[in-house]
Design a protein around this ligand. Structure first.
Ligand code: NAD
Length: 371
């Protein structure tokens, strides 16, 4: 075989397309990982140092996430090598050119990711009519505005808490990251009687064992300020002090790899509920399992956003999308946690197995995997 060919595994990738348009300086790659369940959905990432390897990993993550959520979609990802902070007119040109280049690649539906947003998806929609997470004005369900991922996390939290023998009422929550995911998760959990005792953003972290005023913090963030500007009886935490705050649920909603081998033993929680992708390393998840801390895997817990996008694509209403998120998150979280307990597996391994089985079953119904 030609040594230049990229090797895959039993699931994918089905297709890799490199897009080069020198006239506008567009350098991009699309990885369509698996389409057995239906056309792939995955975000378009703009970053100056993205690689094909990263794109493949992200596309596979979407295959697993979409399968685990029981969606009629496979996984894919597109990356544009560029500075996401470029002037808007330059970004619009790159996105429109990318959309045109992918016009006939019907097995990929474009969505937002780091460096792109709903406005970018509106440009894609305008060019080729095949994008998700669109603005409301063109028939979209603005998933970050309504808190689709936070809504899913709230339901995963309830199932996980029940699994651990406690309820959400009075449960202490720590939230790292107070953006689209973290602030909505906090809001929905407080509505169930939970108490947010610590939060962090890039400005730092604050702690109040009596509970923080989440609505006040949301208002502060809306003004472009940091959660640390509130203080009001709260204690400012130094460095990575957020990890030591005693709580029932520790909810990462910011960066990858925040819980690692070197700090997993400090975590004073019953549950880690991953809003952010790969918030805990595999070693950290093993250490936490040995310590009796339950980790709900990211691609199960944070699937609310992609479920919302898939429901939008299917023409559902906002209420229908929220209902689908609730049903899917509750069912899948319960199933993964029960399987993990019964078979002595890490929840992540149980989740990957469940998703892989679904993908293989979908593949078995097809003559070929490619469209
Ligand atoms: P966002 O940019 O809206 O918010 C990120 C928040 O994290 C901000 O408040 C920022 O200040 C904070 N932050 C960044 N670095 C931090 C640090 N080192 N310590 C503490 N806080 C820090 O992003 P988002 O859309 O909320 O996404 C958060 C994470 O969830 C990302 O990993 C993203 O990939 C993942 N995710 C998002 C969605 C979604 O629907 N938006 C869905 C699935 C997964």
């Amino acid at each position: 075989m030609d040594a230049g060919l990229v090797s895959g595994d039993e699931l994918g990738p089905a297709k890799i397309i490199q897009i080069h348009e020198p006239s506008v300086g567009l350098q991009a790659v699309l990885v369509v990982d698996n389409v057995a369940a239906g056309p792939s959905i995955g975000g378009v990432r703009i970053s100056p140092d993205v690689t094909l390897a990263e794109c493949r990993r992200l596309a596979r993550a979407m295959t697993l996430k979409n399968a685990a959520a029981g969606l009629r979609h496979g996984g894919g990802k597109a990356v544009i090598r560029a500075d996401p902070k470029m002037p808007k007119k330059d970004k619009e040109r790159l996105i429109r050119v990318l959309a045109c280049a992918l016009k006939d690649v019907r097995e990929y539906i474009l969505g937002p990711d780091m460096g792109t947003d709903e406005e970018c998806m509106a440009w894609v929609h305008d060019e080729i009519g095949r994008a998700v997470a669109l603005p409301r004005e063109v028939g979209g369900i603005p998933l970050d505005e309504i808190g689709a991922t936070g809504w899913g996390l709230r339901h995963a939290a309830e199932i996980a808490a029940d699994h651990c023998g406690f309820g959400l009422s009075g449960a202490r929550i720590v939230v790292q990251g107070f953006g689209a995911v973290g602030r909505h998760a906090a809001r929905f959990l407080v509505a169930e009687g939970a108490v947010v005792v610590a939060v962090a953003d890039t400005g730092g972290a604050i702690h109040d064992a009596e509970g923080l005023d989440v609505e006040a913090l949301i208002a502060l963030k809306a003004e472009g300020r940091s959660v640390t500007d509130s203080v009001n009886g709260a204690l400012r935490l130094n460095g990575d002090g957020l990890i030591d705050v005693p709580c029932e649920i520790w909810l990462p909603a910011a960066r990858p790899d925040v819980i690692r081998e070197d700090n997993a033993c400090r975590l004073n929680a019953k549950i880690v509920l991953s809003g952010a992708n790969i918030a805990a390393t595999r070693e950290a998840e093993s250490i936490l399992a040995q310590r009796g801390v339950l980790c709900v895997p990211d691609f199960i817990a944070n699937a609310g956003g992609v479920i919302c996008a898939a429901m939008e694509y299917a023409g559902a209403t906002e209420a229908g999308a929220l209902q689908a998120i609730e049903e899917k998150l509750r069912r899948n979280t319960r199933r993964v946690l029960e399987t993990a307990r019964e078979e002595g597996l890490l929840p992540r391994d149980a989740a990957v197995r469940m998703a892989t089985e679904r993908i293989k079953r979908a593949m078995s119904y097809r003559r070929w995997s490619l469209f």
